[in-house]
Design a protein around this ligand. Structure first.
Ligand code: PMT
Length: 218
């Protein structure tokens, strides 16, 4: 792994899940552990980049030479990302961001009622990677696609709709890889071609991904 690949570059990475509060004791979230994003931050720092890791709640240690900003909700992740963009050369969205949050945050714990059903209205969260791809000057913008079927065609849809430079697609239906695992397997979907990286540790995949991406931005 070449240590100077990203020397002089600034890299911003989102990682982990977000939590969308329902009331003071409950939230909506997902199974992201943050491992993929933390491995990417470690690889970017090893490659010599000034690296900012914007992290939802995780159990992970901050990699060496990485500046970590902790956030909880999608809105906080959006705000921290937008505030970190100045001089950013590369943005990688590896976080599993909640698409929706409860329309109302109850101030007190919601009590059980006599009813058998309960409805929580949800409203859309801002799309962080789309906002970064629309910013000026635009950093090289990389999104992930976590899909359970037709992985590459959905990823290509995201690449075009969100105006991204690269989508890293992972099939989260496969046991033992993807969410909350130490291993992953991905397909890189660029505007004109594709490349599959076979199952490997997230640490090694992150190095391979950073090597390929840095070739596009230097
Ligand atoms: O954290 P790990 O346990 O290591 O697992 C890694 C992972 C499977 C979570 C990761 O590799 C991954 O695929 N992350 C993206 C998961 C996801 O939520 O994908 P999506 O298809 O919902 O979103 C597509 C892209 O838009 C992603 O880059 C996401 O970060 C971004 N997004 C989505 C919604 C939103 N409001 N803002 C965003 O920036």
């Amino acid at each position: 792994f070449q240590s100077g690949l990203l020397a002089g570059k600034k890299v911003v990475i989102t990682a982990g899940p977000t939590r969308e509060a329902i009331d003071p004791v409950r939230y909506i979230s997902n199974h992201s552990s943050g491992k993929m994003g933390y491995a990417l931050a470690e690889a970017a720092a090893e490659a010599g980049a000034t690296t900012i890791l914007i992290s939802g709640p995780t159990q992970l240690a901050t990699p060496d030479r990485v500046q970590r900003l902790d956030v909880t909700s999608a809105q906080e992740m959006y705000d921290a990302t937008m505030a970190s963009l100045e001089g950013c050369d590369l943005f990688i969205a590896s976080a599993a961001v909640a698409d929706y949050r409860p329309a109302q945050l109850a101030e007190q714990k919601i009590k059980k009622t006599g009813q058998d059903t309960m409805t929580i209205e949800l409203v859309k969260n801002p799309d962080i990677v789309t906002a970064v791809a629309a910013s000026q000057p635009k950093p090289y913008t990389v999104g992930f696609a976590a899909e359970t079927q037709d992985v590459v065609s959905y990823a290509r849809g995201k690449l075009e709709r969100k105006k991204l430079d690269l989508v890293i697609a992972n099939d989260v239906s496969q046991a033992g890889i993807g969410f909350n695992s130490d291993r992953n397997a991905v397909t890189l979907v660029w505007p004109t071609d594709e490349e599959t990286l076979a199952e490997n540790s997230k640490t090694q995949l992150a190095r391979d991904l950073i090597a390929r991406i840095s070739a596009k931005i230097t």
